[in-house]
Design a protein around this ligand. Structure first.
Ligand code: IMP
Length: 425
């Protein structure tokens, strides 16, 4: 397929890295369109582990063009550390390009992320505190600093002085925090700009030209559908558009360029941070899933909340993204858990059944998950490489999931290694 999108279909951490890595090995161009270093995925290649946050996974392939689109936000300090980590492992970054429209995460964004979370107290969102929300706020308030500015010292200086003065006022007068020394920030970030200047290029043009030349393009999603600023569990969401539509606006390409959209979900559900999670398990099974599945955040190390597969949210993702297929990861984690439950709807306290994920959290107040129970399995499936090799119980589980979400399961993950994948359909 010339151009594919890979999208998270739950609350993130679905194992997109593995699916992206499989597809990146076949792609000539890999593009990232939204989010920033709030994302994180681990790729193991030839026995070496890479923790990537903003750099597209295609970087591990020497000839793959890796593009960071206008919809991304970049913390230059953290980004340069990521580049250094790659260089230390002998990975070339010569094929990496950043769109000049990409917004820069400044140190005040990081500070304000923490201060506003503190101010919210018990109503905090549980952000990654990487400054992502505040950076997008400035973008939409039209006072942000973009990559173009960062690599033009005079423009950067002028913009940093004006926006920095306002941020200092907010930090000191609203939050009682300590003001930034703007000259010190300008000196530090001008240096980062110098180091990043050679990477800046028009990603919209590069992607368009690559498509015209018939190249295989992979658009790799970060975060996930239920964290989308509009179609997620607002306000417990991230500040970008991790849905398929966000790929077009975040790269600067038209929807007709996209040939295939693949969602990624786990065979159960996890979430980090706060917010609703109707099929959450606060019991021994939830702990087992966390421990067997290694459910601890790549970016923050936080233990993830765990629960049964929620077909309501994944069906929501199928619709919002227009998924052609779903990669269902970590089926092996469900081994030995006994009967498996799948959430098929939510029951409100007044008895009303919700089949579609509601627009407002208030609609989820007091809902109970409606479960269907399916037989579990005890066989080791980590060696299975075709659908037919799976135990009948696993096949039945997958077939039922497909019916419930109204989308075919095109890949099944049976272990952490890239080879532990069943490709289907
Ligand atoms: P922010 O993106 O740091 O503003 O955090 C907002 C919410 O999105 C929090 O609940 C985070 O835990 C969540 N979040 C952000 N990025 C990721 C991710 O890559 N995986 C899972 N959750 C994420």
């Amino acid at each position: 397929m010339p151009s594919s999108i890979v999208i998270g279909s739950q609350w993130g951490d679905e194992g997109k890295g593995k699916v992206i890595d499989i597809l990146a090995s076949q792609a000539e161009v890999v593009v990232r369109s939204q989010g920033g270093n709030n994302a994180g995925h681990t790729v193991v290649n030839n026995g070496v582990t890479y923790k990537l946050h903003v750099v597209p996974s295609g970087i591990l392939y020497p000839d793959t063009l890796c593009l960071i689109g206008a919809g991304v936000v970049i913390d230059p300090k953290n980004f340069l550390e990521e580049l250094q980590m790659l260089k230390d492992k002998n990975i070339s970054t010569k094929n990496l390009k950043i769109d000049p429209r990409t917004h820069v995460v400044m140190p005040w964004h990081i500070l304000l992320d923490g201060l506003s979370e503190q101010f919210r107290g018990n109503s905090d969102i549980g952000t990654t505190k990487r400054g992502i929300g505040p950076a997008y706020m400035d973008k939409y308030e039209r006072c942000g600093i973009r990559m173009y500015d960062l690599v033009h010292p005079e423009i950067f200086r002028q913009k940093a002085l004006s926006t920095g003065a306002l941020k200092n006022k907010i930090i000191t007068e609203v939050y009682g925090g300590e003001a930034f020394d703007l000259e010190a920030v300008i000196a530090e970030y001008t240096e980062y700009g110098k180091q990043l200047a050679s990477y800046v290029d028009d990603v919209s043009v590069l992607t368009y030209e690559a498509n015209k030349a018939g190249k295989t393009i992979l658009f790799e999603g970060a975060q996930a559908t239920l964290l989308d600023i509009d179609f997620g569990t607002y306000p417990y969401v991230t500040s970008s558009h991790p849905v398929s539509g966000g790929v077009c606006t975040g790269t600067g390409v038209g929807p007709k360029m996209i040939d295939r959209i693949i969602g990624v979900a786990k065979a159960y559900t996890t979430r980090v941070g706060k917010g609703p999670f109707p099929s959450e398990l606060n019991d021994e099974i939830g702990d087992k899933i966390r421990n067997i599945g290694g459910e601890f955040g790549t970016t923050t190390g936080r233990p993830r909340r765990t629960g049964w597969f929620d077909a309501v949210i994944v069906r929501h993702s199928v619709r919002v993204n227009g998924l052609d297929g779903l990669a269902l990861n970590k089926l092996d984690t469900l081994c030995g858990l006994g009967d498996l439950k799948v959430c098929v709807a939510y029951k409100k306290p007044d008895g009303t059944i919700l089949k579609n994920f509601p627009a407002a959290l208030e609609e989820l107040d007091g809902v109970e998950p409606v479960y269907e129970t399916l037989p579990g399995f005890t066989e080791d499936i980590s060696g299975c490489r075709s659908f037919d090799e799976l135990p009948e119980t696993c096949k039945a589980y997958i077939k039922r999931v497909e019916e419930l979400i109204e989308c075919p399961v095109c890949m099944i993950g049976v272990g952490p290694d890239r080879t532990q994948t069943i490709e289907r359909n």
